[in-house]
Ligand binder design. Sequence first.
Ligand code: IPM
Ligand code: MG
Length: 353
Amino acid sequence: MKAHIALLPGDGIGPEVTTEAVECLKVIASRFGHEWRLEEAIVGAAAIDATGMPLPPATLALAKTADAILFGAVGAPRYSDPAHKVRPEQGILQLRQELGLYANLRPVVCFEAVRDTSPLKPELLEGVDILVIRELTGGIYFGEKTRTETRASDLCVYTVPEVERIARLGARLARERRGKLTSVDKANVLETSRLWRSVVVRVMKEEFPDVLLDHMYVDAAAMHLLRRPSDFDVLITENMFGDILTDEASMLAGSLGLCASASIGASTRGLYEPIHGSAPDIAGKGIANPYAAILSAAMLLRHSLRLEREAKALEAAVVAALSAGVRTADLKPRGAPASTRDAGDAVRAALAR
Ligand code: IPM
Ligand code: MG
């Protein structure tokens, strides 16, 4: 097939890890007989430096016309001062909103070969396979904001359709997995959570009576993710809770550097990004872990291009690289750590076999 893929590497380690993912996509193209048109654009701090805007119109136009977007990371210390009005992070937030990417799929998988990198006891990690679906275009991230000298506010808003579509997506994906859906909220305190819970209950009762549903307060969920992680199958939650819980859950996988994500909406056009940030402290050194970016490229093949065989091949190649002991510095290497390029090369070598 032919596909048009937008590359938005962004800031910090974004470009380094995206490069490795792109090289893997090229190997997939030649091995499976596809043709990619790859087009790069600036976003985040790099775009503010060049244009004054974190999401320049040309980048947005490209994102809106491409079949899929491979995204790196945004954020830079030079823009982290709270006084800055224009911030790199606005680049990704605007992209999510403009493209209507309302659901963020974040799989949390424990790869056998790197189980020792998790700070949790190995016996707790047995059978851990969680799919977190984070609502991505609503809630406190996008509500009205106010700020005076002495007071600030961020409004948290949810509407019924916004919750319905997440509940339906979660239930559909749960059906393809172990048939269990956990909805996480704070319904004992927040009105938006009470709306969330009642909508989830209704949708599940009317449309998905076969899916096993339970509810958990977000504080309890944070605890149970560490206490009995293998009990979770699909977890749905609102934007902010999902942001926090997935960084926590990455410790089940062993490293943020192993966690991929897919942001999807009503069409097949999606945005794929590692859940780690720009990691400015290690940027430019060639030591960042590219596996999450490569696994994000696999999600791109699966969700936007509907190339399941190719997605599986790429995922299997990552597993092969990990099993061969190719570990970047974040993965507790036994000897000298692999470089970003070494890890990408190991995946491509496995793809070629
Ligand atoms: C994420 C990130 C973003 C978020 C930032 C960079 C705006 O933390 O994708 O998890 O908070 O959504
Ligand atoms: Mg985050």
